[in-house]
Every structure is written in structure tokens, then in C-alpha cells.
Ligand binder design. Structure first.
Ligand SMILES: C[S@@+](CC[C@H](N)C(=O)[O-])C[C@H]1O[C@@H](n2cnc3c(N)ncnc32)[C@H](O)[C@@H]1O
Length: 285
């Protein structure tokens, strides 16, 4: 099977390459034994471009380290998912989008959970080909749709998702690629499909991350690939509250989201004009 060709789809190969590199470290924050299978031919080169944009020749940086950020993000969400999955009420998990996420293969999740992986058809086909013959620990159902297509919810329902049962939605590595109206629509529909008490988890950047001069090298890489970062929010709590979720926004480097790997200061939220990333986690009201 050939590699993915669409820019935003190929970011899944970048994420796989980041996870493969992390898994090879002695001090890794998690082990993803499937990541190396999932990087495709393009993953290492995409990772190389990100590394070159992040680290100058002398090793200095003007922007956060993507490898460390991604390691923290994966571990933070692994822990959140594993803990939430033990709650007796949780019935189903939805990865929106799934990309090359291998949590169904590597995490120890209760067997009664429904588990749904949404992504574009080419991505799910690529993943299926790469993991052919490998059995997931948690049976997963794939939902090959675009999340900006109004029909995506029908495809999820057809795959067996039940909106009346408590769910956990993981929106990891998605929101910065979507124009604001699409972000609002996705959150609105996720809320509509989430029974009260359901969990939502996401990552997103703030608005300064889209414009700050220190970020320009990495922003240019994504724009050059054809999938620019176009969405950020300075008030993620308010963004999610508008859609019926009560969430906390944790920044990497803060307690519980550091793991000894965040190398930069974390200015308080009152400080404006600094690039930020948020891990959002909370519940449907
Ligand atoms: C950076 S990857 C993250 C994937 C996964 N959550 C992970 O962490 O491994 C971004 C993924 O978003 C998917 N994606 C972007 N826009 C999408 C859309 N409108 N509908 C469905 N998937 C989308 C891409 O195909 C890609 O697989």
C-alpha cells in the first residue's frame, strides 16, 4: 500500500514517527510498539522537517519541542483514557480522529467497551493494511468519514455507537486544522451525541500560537505541506462551555502534565501574547 497523499492525512504518519521515536528512548513516557509499523515511507521525512524547524544547529529553540510535546500529550491522554475506562458507567470510546493511534492495540481497556475509530477512509485503509494480522486488545469499529461531512454521525450510528450511553470522545491532533465554523460544528455534534456525564478530551493551541514570530518556522512547515494551523482559542473552557461541556484546560509543564519532559516555562494564563497548548478534559453537563 502506498503512503497517504493528502497533507492533513499525512500528519498521522508524523504522529506515528514521533511515537516510534519516543518508544525507542530509554526514558520513554510510554511504549507504542506499533508506531514503527505505522510511520509509512513518509513519516521519517515529515518528522525530520519538524525537527529541523524546531531545533537550530546549536540546539536552541524559539518554540516548544514537538517531540517532547507529543510524548507528554500521548502519555497524558493514555492515563486519562485508562482511568476513565475503569469508570463503571463508561460504555464507549470514540477517537475523532484516530489516525495511527494504536491504543486499541496497546492499552488494557475493559472488554465491554464499544470502541470507534473515525478518520478519513484513506487513513483507515492505510492503517488496516499496516496492521493486517495484528489483533487489537479491544475490538474496534472503524468509521471512514470526514468530520466536516454532515453525514458523519449517521456513519457512526451505523457502526453501533449509542448516543444515550455515556461515552468518552478523544479529539487529539485535530482542532488546529479546522476552520472555526467546523470546530463549532464538530463540538456541537459531539455534545449532541454525548449523554450527560460523558467525557471529552482534546488538545488545541491558543491564538498567539498561530501568529507568534517564534512559531513561524513550524507554522510554515504545516502551511507548506498544505495543512496550515488555522484555529486556536485563548479560552478553551469557554469554547467547550458554549457547547455544554465543563472542562479544565491543562498546559504541558503544569502539575500532572509534565512527566519531567517539558523544558519551557509555563506563564500564568493572565500573561497574553505567548504561544500555548492546552489539554482539555471534562464532562458533558
Ligand atoms: C495529527 S493526526 C492525529 C491522529 C490521532 N488522533 C493521533 O493522535 O494519533 C491528525 C488526523 O486528523 C485527521 N483529520 C483531519 N481532518 C479531518 C477531518 N475533517 N475528518 C476526519 N479526519 C480528519 C487526519 O486524517 C489525521 O489522521
Amino acid at each position: 500500500m502506498t503512503d497517504l497523499t493528502t497533507a492533513v492525512e499525512r500528519t498521522s504518519l508524523l504522529t506515528a514517527a514521533l511515537r516510534a521515536a519516543e518508544s525507542a528512548r530509554d526514558d520513554r513516557l510510554y511504549d507504542d510498539p506499533y508506531a514503527a509499523l505505522l510511520v509509512g515511507d513518509a513519516g521519517p521525512a515529515l518528522f525530520g522537517e519538524i525537527r529541523a524547524a524546531t531545533f537550530r544547529r546549536d540546539g536552541s529553540r524559539t518554540l516548544p519541542s514537538t517531540p517532547d510535546y507529543n510524548a507528554i500529550r500521548t502519555r497524558f491522554f493514555d492515563d486519562l483514557l485508562t482511568t476513565a475506562a475503569q469508570q463503571p458507567g463508561l460504555a464507549q470510546i470514540v477517537l475523532a480522529p484516530a489516525g495511527m493511534d494504536s491504543r486499541a492495540y496497546r492499552l488494557d481497556l475493559p472488554s465491554h467497551l464499544g470502541y470507534f475509530e473515525i478518520d478519513r477512509p484513506a487513513v483507515l485503509d492505510f492503517k488496516a493494511a499496516r496492521l493486517e494480522g495484528v489483533a487489537p486488545r479491544t475490538p474496534r469499529r472503524t468509521v471512514p468519514v470526514d468530520l466536516t461531512d454532515p453525514a458523519w454521525e449517521d456513519a457512526l450510528a451505523a457502526a453501533g455507537y449509542r448516543p444515550e450511553l455515556p461515552s468518552l470522545w478523544l479529539l487529539e491532533g485535530l482542532l488546529y486544522y479546522l476552520p472555526a465554523p467546523d470546530v463549532d460544528r464538530v463540538l456541537e455534534r459531539v455534545a449532541a451525541l454525548s449523554a450527560p456525564g460523558s467525557t471529552v478530551v482534546a488538545d488545541l493551541v491558543n491564538t498567539a500560537a498561530l501568529t507568534h514570530p517564534g512559531m513561524s518556522d513550524i507554522l510554515e512547515v504545516f502551511a507548506g505541506w498544505g495543512c496550515p494551523w488555522v484555529f486556536g482559542s485563548d479560552e478553551p473552557e469557554e469554547l467547550f462551555a458554549r457547547h455544554g461541556f465543563a472542562v479544565t484546560a491543562t498546559q504541558p509543564g503544569e502539575p500532572g502534565a509534565d512527566f519531567g519532559r517539558w523544558l519551557d516555562p509555563v506563564p500564568g494564563r493572565a500573561v497574553t501574547g505567548v504561544p500555548r497548548v492546552f489539554f482539555v478534559h471534562g464532562t458533558r453537563k
